[in-house]
Design a protein around this ligand. Structure first.
Ligand SMILES: Cc1ncc(COP(=O)(O)O)c(C=O)c1O
Length: 375
């Protein structure tokens, strides 16, 4: 970026870590008119009850600061209703401006300079910049083999040998879909009680394994679980996410956020979405159906692919992945290029939408493959 300051050589320096940090940027502009299979979003939109609640927001709710009363209770009631959390209290729920903000706050609250972050590779791209921002050391252990198995033994060994400050795992993992058994998460937590273990369960509803039903935070206070309404309930644009754990840990993470970081629209939408769980359940069911259908179609293609947990899969075009992304965009379909990423270079990540949307993707993908591979 070109500097607009005539004193560009002489501006105040940011912290050492920030001067060498590249901002986490994602290609988010100009997407609205296209079939968006690039960010694992809900491809149908939120419940009509959410839209109605937003339309009915009175003017004075916009001119005053947001109020959060009852929202933590609503999250607990929703989780209990789904058999996910029998012993949770509202003070064990942290409210954040999206799970991204929860991740950022966790690093601010827990990650000191030279502390160790242990994670996996490849994984969600926001963990690393947060660690570097704090000046942390990062050890990112690779997934194993052709089908990206979780590196259980290596993670256990590092937990025991080095007692990292933070272990952050995405389960199921974005972008490999790798699933990790919830019992193993608890085992990790017991191996190193001084490590805060963060489990990002953003995609758990779409074929995953939540640790929530089996954890008791009284005995495992070093575990924190991240959940969001972005991908399942279709609230990505409103930014609301939750951190669930021991009230002491949740309290510390909240110390580094602003008092009104979650806005009134997100709060209103969250209440409506949590109350209309059947809409979300139906959406998830539709995507799981589509996933099943998709698997039978992928098996007939000559391409390498990987479909495990989550609402996304990887596929390797025979041509260059970057060209494939561009050609799909010309046909109105957005997907993510994974080139340069460890183990999955040459692939594209495709979000799973409805069967109709997947059919559209497969038709476009196959026709591009045919034309580029016959040149
Ligand atoms: C693994 C993972 N965690 C967190 C996020 C961010 O979630 P939110 O939209 O709730 O900030 C994403 C978004 O793509 C993600 O893939």
């Amino acid at each position: 970026m070109q500097s607009d300051s005539i004193f560009s050589n002489n501006i105040p320096s940011a912290r050492k870590e920030i001067e060498s940090l590249r901002s986490y940027s994602a290609p988010l502009e100009g997407r609205r008119e296209l079939l968006r299979l690039d960010f694992n979003e809900n491809t149908l939109g939120p419940s009509p009850a959410v839209l109605e609640a937003l339309q009915n927001i009175p003017a004075h709710h916009i001119s005053i600061y947001p109020e959060y009363e009852g929202l933590r209770e609503a999250v607990v009631a929703n989780l209990r209703g789904r058999g996910l959390a029998s012993s949770l209290n509202p003070d064990q729920i942290g409210l954040f401006n999206g799970v991204d903000a929860a991740i950022n706050a966790i690093f601010h609250a827990y990650g000191d300079r030279e502390d160790l972050l242990l994670t996996t590779n490849p994984t969600f791209g926001y963990y690393m910049p947060c660690a570097y921002m704090q000046g942390m050391e990062v050890v990112a252990v690779s997934y194993e083999g052709f089908d990206f198995k979780f590196p259980i033994d290596t993670i256990k060994k590092i937990l025991l040998d080095r007692k990292p400050k933070l272990l952050i795992l995405c389960n199921p993992n974005n972008p490999t879909g790798t699933r990790l058994d919830a019992e193993i998460v608890l085992e990790f937590a017991s191996l190193s009680p001084e490590t805060l273990i963060v489990i990002d369960e953003l995609y758990e509803a779409f074929a995953g394994d939540s640790v929530l039903p089996i954890v008791n935070f009284r005995y495992t206070p070093n575990l924190i679980i991240l959940r969001s309404l972005a991908k399942t309930a279709g609230l990505a644009g409103l930014r609301i996410g939750f951190a669930i754990g021991s009230s002491d840990v949740v309290n510390r993470i909240h110390r580094v956020t602003g008092p009104y970081d979650v806005n009134s629209f997100a709060v209103t939408a969250a209440f409506a979405a949590l109350a209309d769980q059947s809409y979300t359940d139906n959406y998830v069911r539709e995507i799981l159906n589509s996933r099943h259908w998709l698997e039978s179609r992928l098996e007939t293609l000559p391409n390498r692919y990987h479909l495990e947990g989550g609402n996304f899969f990887l596929i390797w075009p025979r041509s260059n992945s970057c060209d494939m992304v561009k050609s799909l965009k010309l046909k109105g379909i957005l997907v993510r290029d994974m080139s340069g990423k460890k183990l999955i270079d040459g692939s594209i990540r495709v979000s799973i939408g409805t069967i109709e949307q997947m059919q559209k993707f497969l038709d476009a993908f196959s026709s591009i493959e045919k034309s580029s591979c016959s040149i």
